[in-house]
Design a protein around this ligand. Structure first.
Ligand SMILES: C[S@@+](CC[C@H](N)C(=O)[O-])C[C@H]1O[C@@H](n2cnc3c(N)ncnc32)[C@H](O)[C@@H]1O
Length: 357
């Protein structure tokens, strides 16, 4: 019998090489198993590693399973790919590299390093996207030494390399933010909406907004005298704003600042109203919605509200715990969120005489 090289050299046999730990010990998985029958089963499970049956919930069931995971999305996606888990909608807002005070994560990387990191995650996400599914990346501007780096422009080549097709670049305009001295104050962010295929899900009717002139009629032709606008409302367009009417076709979605009904201690959560429109337009009930950078769980909460399954990952323990609470509230119809139809506060108008004096 041939001796191993270690035995031949009279060395102790090498211990099998340790596999890189894929899940940190304190990582947890939270399972919410709720829907339909008013019963809530909640189980807090420590996992190391994630079980093989983790993603076994593709079969439609009256109690579809949903998971949020405390740990990195890189880890989660590694398991998702191996288990061929697919999501119908991936909606997220990654850290913008703005130096925000996240406790477990450096939000101040070199731009190339940041983009490389994002590319790894985006590539994995694309692999986990259903053929008819959508992927939405909500980003703002990265500021580096006073220079504005629009993250959507930087990230778009990554999505193109992944063969995704851009369907909309939504401009989400809002009223609050830092006041700048050496440039105009930034008041918008964008949502890049991509699909994998040309045959994708898009449900316009649930997200139509009231028409400006709902009673307007055709004034000539065979339909003369009939109401010309869709009775369900109009398409909300790709510019979404809480502006005072300067942009037509606006949707009132203020960003989550201090007095906002949804404010937690997270430095940059997005509003439920923003993600709700995507959830309703791009998925059907029971579809799987995934947010790799879950924060305080806004995407998952919106998905739960509209009876979609939800998956998400968050590194930070406090945000994860907030997410858990908010999702449970949402699943029970108790989450406080800002009604997108509520009128926006209008500051009193200053007369031109007052300005001149
Ligand atoms: C822009 S915030 C998302 C906020 C979220 N949209 C909300 O409404 O709460 C990005 C989040 O990603 C988390 N994060 C950063 N790196 C991560 C990683 N590798 N895996 C999972 N979460 C991560 C941060 O802790 C932060 O809460």
């Amino acid at each position: 019998m041939r001796k191993s090289s270690a035995a031949a050299k009279n060395l102790p046999p090498r211990s099998p090489r340790k596999k890189r730990a894929l899940v940190k010990e304190d990582e947890q998985l939270y399972l919410v198993n709720k829907f339909g029958n008013g019963r809530t089963d909640q189980v807090l499970l420590p996992y190391n590693p994630l079980p093989k049956t983790f993603f076994s919930s593709r079969i439609p069931s009256p109690f579809p399973q949903s998971f949020i995971y405390r740990g990195s999305c890189e880890n989660f996606l590694w398991h998702a790919k191996r288990q061929q888990q697919k999501f119908d909608l991936i909606f997220t807002s990654p850290p913008y590299n703005l130096g925000k005070p996240y406790t477990n994560y450096s939000d101040d990387r070199d731009l190339d390093e940041y983009l490389e990191w994002q590319e790894g995650i985006i590539t994995d996400c694309v692999e986990c996207l259903e053929e008819k599914g959508s992927l939405c990346w909500q980003v703002g501007n990265y500021i580096s030494n006073g220079l504005v780096v629009p993250l959507d422009i930087e990230l778009h080549p990554i999505f193109k390399r992944a063969s995704l097709k851009l369907r909309n670049r939504i401009v989400w305009h809002f009223g609050h933010g830092l006041h700048c001295n050496r440039r105009f104050s930034g008041r918008y962010e964008v949502v890049l909406w991509y699909t994998k295929a040309d045959d994708y899900k898009f449900n316009l009717d649930p997200v139509r907004i009231p028409s400006k002139y709902p009673k307007k009629k055709h004034f000539k032709g065979p339909k003369k005298g009939q109401v010309s606008s869709n009775p369900l409302g109009k398409n909300p367009t790709d510019v979404w704003s809480n502006d005072d009417g300067a942009i037509e076709d606006v949707w009132d979605i203020p960003n989550v600042k201090h007095n906002h009904a949804e404010k937690t201690d997270h430095p940059c959560q997005f509003p439920v109203g923003l993600v709700t429109r995507f959830v309703r337009a791009l998925t059907d009930q029971n579809d799987a919605v995934f947010d790799p950078f879950l924060g305080v769980g806004t995407t998952a909460a919106a998905a739960a509200m509209w009876k979609r399954r939800f998956f998400g990952c968050e590194l930070n323990k406090e945000y994860f715990n907030h997410a858990r609470t908010r999702i449970e509230l949402a699943a029970n119809g108790l989450l406080q969120f800002r009604d997108p139809d509520k009128p926006i506060y209008q500051p009193p108008q200053i007369s031109s005489e007052a300005i001149a004096s």
